[in-house]
Design a protein around this ligand. Structure first.
Ligand SMILES: Cc1ncc(C[n+]2csc(CCOP(=O)(O)OP(=O)(O)O)c2C)c(N)n1
Ligand SMILES: [Mg+2]
Length: 395
């Protein structure tokens, strides 16, 4: 049993509301892991044995492709951060440290599977084929959300915490009613993935979505990235029982995976998506990971967390561990790694240039897309706004 497990209630004992003390750097023996922090393959354990078959086909080429994803996604993130600091973006929420959780989940998805992200899922966006330039446009505030959701089956970012869980549960219900589940056709059967954080699990929307999805046996995978912080609030303020164990209370399987291990995340997510597509209902995945950066560029984490905690997690870095593994297996050498760095530089230059060149839209564009059809109230407000703007003298 992991440290997180709360002992059965002793009715004779006085009630206590103190959460159990836990080591936030240790996911416990139930956590699924295939690559340890040193890049070694983990032997078969009770926790990982059921998932090994889901990564049996991952050969050297695919391992290198996963590493490439991790490196490029981290570079997109670094560029987003830098552009915000240089005044080009209004805000940037960094995914630093969560690359493996997102690439593992994103690469497990098939083209027809639909993702409902929060606001930090740049790695999932990458895997679903959303151009990072679109992410930058959204945080630059030059469009209504950044991209066409249906182009890549990747919904718009949702800032209202936990809200996308309900969107996903509803969409999954629709998928089910359209008969897109359980036919055995790998290109047709569809699953839905909903992404939220540890803080999100405390929201009403999250809990309602899990009830809806579980009673309807909908094809949805709830993917909680437990990065241990909800802005400045630690796990202890969000739950007493960790998310993967709370799944049981909703009647769905819950699994904790090492979110800094791309192989484990890929395996566990593939298993959960297969379950969903074949009509066996929802699964909850808790990816045990860490937010290495600030909550967003508006935040200063040195005000509320100690550097020693960050240092421990730096040693669990998701990219370092896969690089060590590749090098040890003879799958990567200095030349290949340097080529990848050059590719990352090119990507960074492309998205930076595109961001700086984005034209500012006319102000009145913000009145577009409020409703599907024109609406008299919105039109009146737009006209008033245009007249107000025109009342200023040109300088
Ligand atoms: C309904 C709602 N309440 C509060 C906020 C303000 N808020 C923005 S991010 C955040 C923390 C979310 O933490 P978590 O779910 O752990 O996700 P993380 O940011 O760590 O990825 C809060 C409270 C919000 N956006 N929406
Ligand atoms: Mg969090």
């Amino acid at each position: 049993m992991s440290d997180d497990v709360v002992a059965p209630v002793d009715t004779a004992a006085p009630a206590t509301h103190e959460p159990p003390a836990r080591d936030i750097t240790d996911g416990g023996p139930e956590m699924v892991q295939f690559l340890d922090a040193e890049g070694n393959r983990v032997p078969v354990t009770e926790a990982n044995s059921a998932y090994a078959e889901f990564i049996q086909d991952v050969d050297g080429e695919e391992l290198r492709a996963l590493y490439r994803d991790l490196v490029l996604v981290r570079r997109v993130d670094a560029e987003g951060h830098a552009l915000q600091r240089q005044g080009e973006l209004g805000l940037w929420p960094s995914l630093l440290g969560q690359e493996a959780a997102q690439v593992g989940a994103g690469r497990a998805m098939r083209a027809q599977d639909y993702a409902f992200p929060g606001y930090r899922e740049h790695g999932v966006a990458w895997c679903k084929g959303v151009d990072p330039v679109n992410l930058l446009g959204m945080f630059r505030g030059v469009n209504h959300g950044g991209w066409d959701s249906n182009e890549n089956n990747f919904h718009l970012y949702t800032i209202v915490i936990g809200n996308q869980m309900l969107h996903a549960a509803g969409y999954a219900l629709g998928v089910q009613k359209d008969g897109l589940v359980g036919s055995g056709d790998a290109d047709r059967d569809t699953a839905v993935m909903a992404f939220t954080g540890d803080g999100g699990t405390a929201q009403g929307d999250y809990n309602e979505a899990l009830v809806f999805a579980s009673v309807a046996h909908s094809p949805v995978v709830f993917f909680v990235q437990n990065n241990h912080w909800a802005i400045s609030e630690p796990n202890e303020k969000q739950f007493v029982i960790p998310p993967y164990q709370r799944a049981r209370g909703f009647g769905i399987p819950g699994v904790r995976v090492d979110g800094n291990d791309v192989l484990a995340t890929l395996a566990v997510t593939r298993a959960a998506l297969d379950r969903a597509r074949s009509g066996q209902g929802p699964t909850l995945i808790e990816a045990f990971t860490y937010r290495m950066g600030a909550h967003t560029t508006s935040d200063d984490p040195t005000k509320y967390r100690i550097a020693a905690e960050v240092d421990i997690w730096k040693k669990k870095d998701p990219i370092d561990r896969l690089r060590k593994h590749l090098v040890a297996q003879g799958l990567a050498d200095d030349e290949w790694l340097a080529e990848l760095e050059a590719e990352a530089d090119e990507l960074a230059l492309r998205i930076r240039t595109a961001c700086q060149q984005m034209p500012n839209p006319p102000h009145e564009d913000m009145f577009e897309n409020v409703y599907v059809d024109p609406h008299p109230l919105v039109e009146r407000e737009r006209d008033e706004f245009v007249a107000y703007q025109a009342s200023f003298e040109e300088d």
